[in-house]
Design a protein around this ligand. Structure first.
Ligand code: HEC
Ligand code: HEC
Ligand code: HEC
Ligand code: HEC
Ligand code: HEC
Length: 302
């Protein structure tokens, strides 16, 4: 490693977090093991078995559908207009301030509005839409087409929580709703963890660029490693060399145009085991743990 490499590796260590806030996993009552059901992406906020948060305190703020997948997916009556995986969430049209609007002189690749594989995440994390704003609720006939693009609280109010009081507020991750309890917080006893960091908003200038094209010229002698796969498909960095795209593989999405970095490139919203089945998940839903900047160095040659 020459001195330049050492300096830039140190710079990458400093930039260890993909975002503008403190690095490290947030404290959680979930075990982060075995299934998304035992992570904070379980919007019932109740761990599947043993321990975990009780969820009941949140009942007045979001519908408890008693089903983990349904906050994001449903087998029937899905958003059919765009290429999303059995997607059940309201996708509000939003114009984001992109990283390129920051105007750094070093960026060489074009940056577009976030692609589909970022919009999925932003449907909660931009704070515009409630976590319980879904198109198809459990049970037959509980489907509302207009929910595809716009949150309709009258429709959401038709749901009755069986495990606690009904929701009177359908909080997004907005100031004054979820954040009324979740900021600033200390995770002691029954108090709510501070999750202002999860509230990314619509200004993406302070995060690693998404919707950014991966350089087509890559490999030894360039600044980027070469992903597997062919141009025009989802390409990936095969971390275990088994020739298939596993959840622990960093990936580049091509939804038309070129292979791009999106939220799903670095994060798997279902969690990825650290060391085989039964182990705790890698922190922060990352596909590759960022210890020693391993995540960053999957793409960047530095
Ligand atoms: C280039 C990789 C990369 C991309 C792209 C990316 N992230 Fe991250 N994200 C990270 C890393 C690294 C962390 C910090 C993890 C840690 O330090 O434990 C992080 C942390 C987070 C956190 C938790 C905040 C914190 O500091 O703990 C949230 C929420 C998050 N990301 C959401 C998103 C969303 C939504 C997108 C798309 C808009 C996205 N990320 C795109 C790498 C990325
Ligand atoms: C009235 C206060 C209050 C409101 C409002 C609230 N929460 Fe909570 N939340 C809590 C408390 C207290 C805990 C931890 C206690 C427990 O349930 O064990 C918690 C825990 C959580 C957890 C588990 C965190 C973890 O990793 O351990 C999640 C996720 C969560 N809340 C999401 C939400 C969302 C999403 C909203 C908005 C729709 C929301 N909360 C609104 C009080 C609140
Ligand atoms: C918090 C939202 C969320 C929840 C809850 C969720 N998913 Fe997903 N799921 C996603 C997103 C986002 C993607 C697309 C990932 C990407 O962009 O590559 C996805 C993709 C998938 C895929 C296809 C790609 C893959 O990773 O295999 C399957 C299968 C899937 N989910 C199953 C489930 C099941 C089963 C559950 C419930 C146990 C569930 N998901 C719960 C967000 C969620
Ligand atoms: C259904 C709403 C929803 C969707 C969709 C969703 N999230 Fe989340 N996410 C949340 C909530 C609520 C939290 C909890 C905040 C907390 O407890 O700190 C959270 C927490 C996180 C965290 C913090 C985890 C930690 O332990 O520090 C990361 C990272 C994250 N989400 C990334 C993503 C990414 C990436 C996607 C898309 C692939 C995504 N989320 C999709 C609602 C959602
Ligand atoms: C999935 C691939 C991928 C991963 C993982 C990744 N990056 Fe990037 N990164 C890119 C691409 C593509 C660009 C745009 C390069 C360009 O425009 O020349 C970029 C740009 C950057 C830039 C330059 C921004 C500018 O304004 O010039 C920095 C700094 C950076 N990444 C740091 C990181 C760090 C730190 C990590 C780990 C948390 C990381 N990257 C992880 C693909 C990735």
């Amino acid at each position: 490693m020459n001195i330049l490499k050492i300096i830039s590796a140190a710079a990458l260590l400093f930039l260890g977090s993909g975002h503008a806030y403190a690095a490290g996993d947030l404290p959680t009552k979930f075990s982060n093991r075995d299934s998304i059901s035992n992570t904070r992406h379980n919007m019932t906020q109740r761990q599947e078995s043993g321990g975990g948060p009780s969820g009941s305190i949140m009942d007045p703020y979001r519908n408890d559908y008693e089903d983990v997948c349904i906050y994001c997916h449903t087998p029937n009556d899905v958003v059919a207009s765009v290429g999303l995986p059995l997607w059940n969430r309201t996708m509000k049209a939003t114009t984001y301030t992109t990283y390129s609007q920051l105007g750094t002189a070093s960026l060489t690749q074009p940056v577009s509005q976030p692609g589909l594989n970022s919009l999925l995440c932003l449907s909660c994390h931009d704070g515009q839409t409630a976590v319980d704003s879904i198109i198809s609720m459990p049970g037959s006939g509980r489907y509302q087409v207009s929910q595809e693009t716009s949150q309709d609280n009258a429709f959401l109010d038709t749901w009755n929580n069986t495990r606690g009081p009904d929701a009177t507020v359908h909080g997004g991750l907005k100031m004054g709703e979820c954040l009324v309890c979740h900021s600033p917080g200390t995770f002691v006893g029954a108090s709510a963890p501070d999750f202002r960091v999860a509230m990314i908003g619509t200004d993406l200038r302070n995060d690693h660029p998404v919707g950014v094209a991966f350089p087509q010229v890559n490999g030894p002698g360039t600044n980027f490693n070469t992903p597997w796969g062919v141009e025009g498909t989802t390409r990936y960095f095969d971390s275990n060399g088994n020739g298939t795209m596993d959840s622990g593989d960093v990936r580049l999405y091509d939804t038309g145009g070129s292979a791009k970095v999106e939220c799903g490139s670095c994060h798997d919203p279902h969690g990825v085991p650290s060391a085989g089945p039964g182990s705790t998940f890698k922190p922060t839903f990352l596909r590759v743990s960022n210890t020693g900047s391993a995540l960053c160095l999957t793409c960047h040659i530095k």
